[in-house]
Design a protein around this ligand. Structure first.
Ligand code: GLC
Ligand code: CA
Length: 551
């Protein structure tokens, strides 16, 4: 696979509104990101992804844009943004912007025009349909509502929204609209943005016919419709190929069969993608399933394209709570998951706070939650007559707010996030879990992330190496090999609360005794746990090790 800078990236995701508040309004801001760039740089990451900051009524935390060319007041000013670009670059890092092109806010001037009359020139920029038998055109659901259609009084038609009612979908079949989006993308790239995270890309093309589906709850029908790849190829022709940049598409329901079509180099669409076979579809840790997903994707992408590795982000609850153990093995399991994400094939993403092992939150009342997805679902279920307390409990574990609590900087007021009460409550465990604390401890999760990230810089095997899983269906142990031009690394992970032994097969090392050199381990004092023959190795609870094979 041809080398490229973007393939060697380690991306740090900043959810700016929960990162650092500098003007005391309780909301993080771009100046806060600038203030903390030295910290971000100290991790060793190469790129900073920042969530949407364009003007927005903020119904979905910035994913409902009302002006693509301005900075939302909460976030700061265009000067702040320009300075963020300069300061990020000055520290040798790149900046990735999050762009929302499947939909706008219902307050976007395009939509206001579009809804004003059937003959408005922008009517066709959104998706309008007549109702059917006094109801919506189809039985499609949206991500956040029971229907993806909203009736509009003015023209007595329905518009489509794949997400909230306040997020009408753009009509990608309209060429004029597409061209406008492409020039908007060029505007930001010309300002010095180096990467784009493209939101909800799988939804751009709509189904060919507006007709009912059998199971409206399985919303796959909203995605991967004909025309999608043509749009992405056009976007690449019009925008991407003219810049030295990186693109990552958020591709819901991508599978090992369909995924490569987005990132295969000759197809000239995207550089990389996020698939959601883990984050959306695997609610709890399931080692056998996870290994299968990794094997299938590695096989599908080998020699064809590049993928991503992540276990959490602003839409998915904290990885240590969901996929590790956020109680007695919090630090161990945080390090294990990190080792895994950074040694599997693909570009690793770190979501702010993950590097200190921040955990999910359990607020006491629904009123403490802000996430539109959770609140709408709560209202819908309670509306069906279900017990509010039970509905509340069932939604807590996976609420997107779990990962949206303020970054925990220190044990001072509001965890050092800012002087005012934050827009969303701080996780009460900030007194134990915070950056300042982690900086003092040479064995902290934070210290481990720094070591792990540094390794990638001098070891291309982590980026370009072939991948072989040698642990098959073991439900707790994950052992795999990365190999590049004679360099061979073995990664051993014990995902579990008990010690476990892994025995290498004869076919792996032949007759020779094992010669392995430890590259990095999550526990101190690691060598004593080999057996005499040097064929078996005992791993402690949630222990992870990386070895290099010496020949
Ligand atoms: C993506 C974003 C999510 C948002 C949705 C609608 O999934 O990551 O936060 O709610 O798109 O834009
Ligand atoms: Ca602020």
């Amino acid at each position: 696979m041809k080398p490229a800078w973007w393939k060697e990236s380690v991306v740090y995701q900043v959810y700016w509104r929960s990162f650092k508040d500098t003007n005391g309004d309780g909301i993080g801001d771009l100046r806060g990101v600038i203030e903390k760039l030295d910290y971000i740089q100290s991790l060793g990451v190469t790129m900073v992804w920042i969530n949407p900051f364009n003007e927005s009524p903020d119904k979905d935390n910035g994913y409902d844009v009302s002006d693509y060319y301005t900075v939302m007041k909460k976030a700061g000013t265009m000067e702040d943004f320009d300075q963020l670009v300069v300061e990020t670059h000055a520290r040798g890092m790149k900046l990735m912007m999050d762009v929302v092109v499947n939909h706008t806010s219902n307050h976007h001037p395009w939509f206001i025009e579009s809804r004003s009359s059937i003959n408005n020139p922008k009517r066709d920029w959104y998706i309008w349909q007549d109702g059917r038998e006094g109801g919506p055109p189809t039985n499609w659901r949206s991500y956040f509502n029971p229907s993806s259609w909203e009736f509009d009084e003015t023209t007595k038609q329905y518009y489509m929204h794949s997400f909230a009612i306040e997020q009408p979908d753009l009509n990608w079949a309209n060429k004029e609209m597409r061209m406008e989006i492409y020039s908007m993308l060029r505007f930001w790239l010309d300002k010095g943005v180096d990467g784009l995270r493209l939101d909800a890309l799988a939804l751009l093309a709509k189904p060919n016919s507006f007709s009912d589906v059998e199971d409206p709850h399985d919303i796959r029908y909203l995605t991967h419709n004909p025309g999608l790849h043509e749009y992405l190829q056009e976007m690449n022709r019009e925008v991407f190929r003219h810049y030295d940049m990186m693109t990552v598409g958020e591709i819901a329901f991508a599978t090992p069969e369909t995924g490569p079509l987005f990132v295969e180099e000759e197809r000239m669409e995207l550089n990389t993608l996020f698939h959601f076979e883990v984050a959306d579809e695997m609610p709890e840790w399931d080692m056998v399933r996870y290994k299968r997903i990794q094997r299938q994707w590695a096989e599908a992408l080998a020699g064809r394209g590049f993928g991503s590795q992540f276990l959490n982000n602003h839409d998915h609850t904290r990885q240590v709570s969901r996929y590790g153990n956020d109680k007695e093995f919090r630090e161990e399991s945080a390090k294990l998951l990190a080792t895994m994400v950074h040694t599997l094939p693909g570009i690793p993403y770190i979501y702010q706070g993950e590097e200190i092992g921040m955990t999910g939150v359990r607020y006491e009342t629904i009123g403490d939650y802000k996430d539109i997805a959770m609140i709408n679902r709560y209202v819908e279920e309670v509306g069906k007559g279900k017990d509010p307390a039970a509905v509340f409990r069932s939604l807590q574990a996976l609420s997107r707010d779990n990962s949206r609590t303020p970054m925990q900087w220190n044990m001072e007021l509001n965890a050092g996030f800012g002087s005012a009460e934050p827009w969303i409550k701080v996780n009460p465990n900030y007194e134990e879990i915070n950056v300042e604390q982690a900086e003092k401890d040479p064995n902290s999760v934070l210290a481990f992330y720094r070591k792990l990230i540094a390794l990638r810089k001098s070891n291309p095997v982590m980026v370009y190496g072939d991948f072989t899983d040698i642990s098959e269906d073991d439900p707790n142990l994950y052992v795999y090999v990365r190999e590049l031009e004679g360099t061979e690394w073995v990664v051993l992970l014990n995902h579990g609360e008990e010690a476990r032994t892994f025995t290498f097969s004869d076919s792996f090392f032949g007759e020779e005794a094992l010669k392995l050199k430890l590259v990095l381990g999550t526990y101190e004092n690691t060598l004593s746990t080999w057996d005499d023959e040097g064929r078996s190795i005992e791993l402690r609870p949630f222990e992870a090790r990386i070895y290099e094979v010496i020949t």
